[in-house]
Design a protein around this ligand. Structure first.
Ligand code: PEP
Length: 249
């Protein structure tokens, strides 16, 4: 009932030319695939040309980050309005690299989600525990706090426009994937929490995608879990043939 989402997070990789080569090849690979949503998140500099190349392809365009401010004297920042104007329909918010390397708090992430929604983009809201938190048995407690603080004051109507990405930090870029059962259990917990907070309907319709060393070999088993509705893919999304295999799971 939820259309699977396969999203590529390229992080700080690929020039404009490399990004265009990739999407021009990808468009050929996904011809006729309509039962899943493919999304590409290139660097800021490649957003506009990639968006133009993706027009009419059905492939979505995502930014990897946005400012929590509307406009003004914020040197080096990129606003929600600019991203929507450049063709983005999605934006990744609260990726663990932003949280850990750039000190983004749940409050900042909350404001970014608000900005994305205001300018008509679907936030891909990332949550997940660190290795230390997992080993201390605090996974669910951490996820619950990230959701409650990140979504504080976001209305049920807006939840329908969101995607939540569960990305255990210990599985990102490490080659260590959560087992399908571990990921499935976390997703079931998130869906139940969203139901408690926003009611059955928004929770039932919310795409919950998994991220953390997804590759062509593990995507099938992850997608077989009832509450996993797609994947956010880092390293394995940089090669078009590998990402194509993930899309075709
Ligand atoms: C990510 O950065 O969102 C991610 C899931 O990376 P990787 O697939 O490389 O673990």
């Amino acid at each position: 009932m939820i259309r699977p989402i396969l999203a590529a997070n390229w992080k700080m990789n690929k020039t404009v030319g490399e990004s265009l080569d990739f999407v021009n090849r990808l468009k050929k690979l996904v011809i006729g695939i309509n039962d899943r949503q493919v999304v590409i998140a290139p660097s800021f500099t490649a957003l506009y040309p990639v968006g133009a190349a993706l027009k009419e392809s059905g492939i979505g365009l995502a930014a990897q980050n946005l400012s929590d401010n509307r406009e003004g004297a914020y040197t080096g920042e990129v606003s929600a309005r600019m991203l929507a104007d450049a063709g983005c329909t999605y934006v990744i918010v609260g990726h663990s690299e932003r949280r850990i390397l750039f000190g983004e708090s749940n409050d900042i992430i909350h404001d970014k989600i608000g900005m994305a929604l205001e300018f008509g983009m679907q936030p891909i809201f990332c949550i997940g525990e660190t290795l230390q938190e997992q080993e201390a048995g605090r996974t669910f407690e951490v996820i619950e706090k990230q959701i409650k603080e990140g979504l504080n004051q976001i209305k049920a109507d807006d939840i329908k426009k969101m995607v939540v990405a569960y990305e255990p930090v210990w599985a990102i870029g490490t080659g260590k994937t959560a087992t399908p059962e571990q990921a499935g259990e976390a997703h079931a917990f998130i869906r139940q929490l969203m139901e408690n907070l926003y009611g059955k309907e928004p929770a039932r319709r919310l795409p919950l995608i998994y991220g953390g060393s997804v590759n062509p070999d593990n995507i099938g088993k992850l997608m077989a879990q009832p509450d996993i509705n797609g994947a956010l893919v880092g390293g394995a999304s940089l090669d078009v043939d590998t990402f194509g295999k993930i899309i075709a799971f």
